[in-house]
Design a protein around this ligand. Sequence first.
Ligand code: GAF
Length: 389
Amino acid sequence: MSVTTANLVEQASEAFLRHFDYAPSHDFRAPGRVNLIGEHTDYNDGYVLPAAIDFGTVVVAAKRSDNLIRACAVNFNEEIVTLALDSPMVSVEPFNWSNYLRAVCQQLQNRGYRLVGMDIAIVGDVPYGAGLSSSAALEIVLIRTLLALSEAVIDPTEAALVGQQAENEFIGAQTGIMDQLISARGEVDHALLIDCRQLTSTPVPLDPDFNILIFHSNVRRGLVDSEYNTRRLQCQAAAKIMQISHLRDADLALLDRFADQMDTITYRRARHVISENERTLLAASTLANRDWASLGELMQASHNSMRDDFEITVPAIDGLVALIQERLSPGMGGVRMTGGGFGGCVVALVHKSQTGQIIEHVADHYHAAFGLHETVYICQAVDGAFVAQ
Ligand code: GAF
């Protein structure tokens, strides 16, 4: 168990003891993720290349003899919520963290899992709203906990699908499968090339001479859900015009044959996804071959495509990427926005010899240019929730 996980378990256990008056018997953890390349490709049945990171969500738990779930959320002032497993799961308005618990309980029960009552305490250190999948980490750790204490087994891919369905149907965000899949199945020191149609993955070793740096822009993400869902619809519209089920099945030549039947926005949205799929496949092999010059170029092209064709970046994110590029020597790494967009984080893979000067350069210029302070995370790739425990 890493030091950070041990600290989270300790924090959650203390809250558990304080509120429930006895010690928990189990602990589980699910990681957040950083996507190295392959953005908005998952719901187009395409490819993504994320890594699970050492920021995550921990649950400590103990079985009860009735059918109640008492849950304490340490990050939300240790608020306690009690659910009865034999009552319908109903969404709470205004939106409350416990909707994630209600959502996964409902999905598991719908699939025939017989859940038992339990007390749980939850704590996480994935920054909220940063595009690092705090919600997927929460869903996956809850699924892991609920099933382990109910003495039921689930395949990790099935667990990811339960999390995604909970998000789509109960929470109302039409997200793809990437975040839940990497949180469940990530591998230490590796990124995973995930085929989001087959739901298969290939581990790609990360180069130990390079750091994964995440720069949080601290831009408040606005209109994320509506813009996300709009992008999804635009992709579906493009696929329909080309008479294919998903953009995964198109290449740029096919897109150009149909260009005059699409408005420019639909064309550009499709061009991002089609070219991003190609870049992601290439990035997986360049990463495996440690061809850093090519990987840097692919990450740059991915960022430009998100900025110009998919239009999901914001000025502060573009500025962060430009600042990092100014100090990144050719062949020493790459940088791009990561996650759903409209704020959030930038991921930089940086040779360890350049890490210090890049962090310093951003610290010297980002605030002056955008009036915001960045937060920097140096991450390790870790195992997913269904791999580690
Ligand atoms: C969010 C979604 F949850 C993912 O499914 C994915 O679409 C991502 O945005 C963009 O690549 O994290």
